[in-house]
Every structure is written in C-alpha cells, then in structure tokens.
Design a protein around this ligand. Structure first.
Ligand code: PMV
Length: 349
C-alpha cells in the first residue's frame, strides 16, 4: 500500500422512524424492530484520509474536524468508538486517520445527525477495509457490513445505509432481517409511497434535555418495557402489511401511535423526559383538524424532541404547503421548517 494519504468520501442522509427503536439489549441491539424512511436532502458528508503509521501502535490515532474546525468532543467520542471497533477492524491502529465531516442541516432541528454522521463514518471505514485488505465485497455484503458498523455507533444509523423504506431488527415478516444490521424494504415501483414528502416543523432548536443514549438507558428498568416490546412488534407487523397494501390510512394511524408512544415512554421514564412542547401539541391539533376537513393523506411523526415531521403524498404538495404557511408556521421557532422527501440512500463522492 502506498505511503501517500488515501482519501475516501461519502455523503449519507438522515432518516425518520415510523416504528421507533427505543430501548436496547446486549451490545447495541434493539429491543424491538424499527422501520424508517430515508431522507433525500438532510445529509452528512464525511471524508476520511488515512496514511500508514511508521510504527504499529496499540491506540487509535485520529483527528476529527467538524465544519472545518477540529472538534475535540466528537474526536473523543469517535476515538472511543474506533477503539471498540478494533476487535472488528484491527487494521485501524496501523494508520493515522483524519475525518472531515459536515452536515447540510442545522443542529437540533428534529433531524437525527447521529444517523447520517455515523452512517458516513461506517461507509468510509468499510471502504477503507476493502482497500487495506484488498478484498472487494459484493454490493450487498458491502452495505450490510456498513450497516453493521454504523449500528455500533448509533442504532438508527444502521438504517441510513439504505434508501427508501428500511427496517432494522429481526422479524419473521422480513426476509434477511437481523438485529445486527438493517434491511431495505422494497416497495412496488408504482406505490405512492415512493412519493412521500417530509416537512419538518421546527418548534425549538434548543439542545434536548434528554439524549437518546440516556433515553435508551432509561428503558432498561422502565415499568412499561415488556408492554412496549409487545406493542412495537404488533405495530411493526401491521405497518409491514399496510405498506405492502399501500394502505395509507393504516400507515398514518400506526406512525402517529408510535410517535405518541415514544413520548409516553419518555414522560414516564425516571427521571422524566418531557420533550414535547405546547406548540408541538398545537401542531398536532391543527394537522388533525386539517386532515378531517380535507381528507388529505398526511400524518405526523415526532423524534425524541419537540419538532414535528409532517409526512404527506406528493399529489397533495401544493395544498399542504399553503396549509403549513397559513396555519402552522406560527407555532415554529422563527417560522423555521425544512423541506425533505424520501431519498435513495448514500452516495460515494
Ligand atoms: O440511534 P439512536 O441511538 O440515536 O436512537 C434513535 C432513537 C429514535 O430516533 C428516537 C427512534 C429511531 O428509531 O430513530
């Protein structure tokens, strides 16, 4: 291998879960199967440049730049992650690693930056592994390995490796599914779900009081843990059937039930994680009223924060946009919103 630095660069999108992953078991494995939509625009770009070290070390050597500034907090976090990954990828300590990462969406806006950033990191590392080992993986094996590695950094990142609708977690209803990595969920070419849009309404850009790491942890001894597992598996199975039948109404009902259940779990955790704000509730009321009045196919979902994702079919775009501008933006911080849609997954640059 050449002594010069080699550069690899990936762009990967974030995703929004319709069936939520909330709670872990063992080593970064989910207590229930989840299902998400990969986004198109909201993404992270990460480049990895690596150069052989003169002597083999025992520890990872890396620098991590975020938006062109060395970011020591992220650097430490990635260093810990890569130290753990050495069991899987022992070659990592043979190289100096330089990561440059940037997001094209603002921080704390209801878009999971850990999903897109951990996904790019994993894709860069698996590309590096191919070069170092001189073993080219098949496309399926490459993305499955990247999803496996991404999962170790952030569970939801395992799903961002694939475009469209994606599941993660073993389920008898999904062939080739596993707790270890995500699996793309093919939808018919003519399905209207290929034209899903996601309009993110930003209620607050304040840093969340509860991180997903602490939220998952609180599920360990949550009084509703066992009930949640049963509910999520039932919602997952019904969601898979509804997607197969292009049954929008059922998809909408399950997705909203999941969003509110996530927050019910948060609110009943100890200590409590109340992340919804009064404007989130106003948005929900307005969306329900609009849907009842117009019969349009749309629904909301919410991640672990106060911001709300309004998911709708492309054919309703004009009416949804004017509804949002006229009735919803007043509940958003400085009228902020993000326009996104279902996307086709990561790209190597
Ligand atoms: O991937 P993590 O550890 O940040 O957890 C993500 C949890 C949720 O975003 C709330 C739900 C999900 O499935 O994406």
């Amino acid at each position: 291998m050449s002594e010069d630095a080699i550069n690899i660069c990936w762009r990967a999108p974030s995703n929004i879960a319709l069936i939520k992953y909330w709670g872990k078991k063992d080593h970064q494995l989910p207590i229930n199967s989840s299902l998400s939509i990969t986004l198109e625009s909201s993404s992270t770009t990460t480049s990895l440049s690596f150069r052989k070290r003169s002597t083999k070390g025992k520890k990872i050597h890396l620098k991590y730049y975020f938006h062109d500034q060395q970011h020591l907090i992220f650097e430490e976090k990635i260093e810990r992650l890569l130290d753990d990954l050495c069991a899987e990828m022992p070659f990592l300590t043979d190289f100096e690693l330089d990561f440059h990462s940037s997001n094209n969406f603002p921080h704390s806006t209801g878009i999971a930056s850990s999903a897109s950033s951990m996904c790019t990191l994993a894709l860069c590392l698996v590309s590096m592994e191919e070069l170092v080992s001189r073993k080219k993986l098949t496309e399926d094996d490459f993305f499955r390995r990247a999803s496996f590695i991404a999962r170790l950094g952030s569970g939801s990142a395992s799903r961002s490796v694939f475009g469209g609708i994606v599941t993660w977690g073993y389920s008898p209803f999904i062939s080739h599914s596993s707790d270890e990595y995500a699996t793309p969920f093919p939808i018919q070419k003519e399905s209207r779900l290929n034209q899903l849009w996601d309009l993110i309404l930003i209620v607050s850009t304040k840093e969340k009081a509860v991180t997903s790491t602490s939220g998952h942890l609180m599920m360990n001894d949550h009084p509703y843990r066992e009930g949640r597992k049963i509910q999520a598996e039932s919602n997952f199975r019904r969601m898979v059937e509804a997607i197969g039948e292009d049954d929008f109404q059922t998809i909408a009902a399950i997705a909203e039930n999941e969003a509110l259940s996530l927050h019910a779990l948060l609110m009943t955790s100890s200590p409590d994680g109340l992340l919804l704000q009064s404007n989130t509730l106003h948005l929900i009321e307005e969306i329900k009223r609009f849907r009842t009045g117009t019969g349009l196919e749309l629904f909301f979902t919410i991640d672990a924060g106060p911001n709300l994702h309004l998911i709708y079919l492309e054919e309703h775009r004009e009416r949804v946009l004017s509804f949002v501008k006229n009735s919803l933006l007043r509940f958003c911080e400085d009228g902020q919103w993000i326009d996104d849609k279902i996307g086709s997954g990561p790209v190597r640059l």
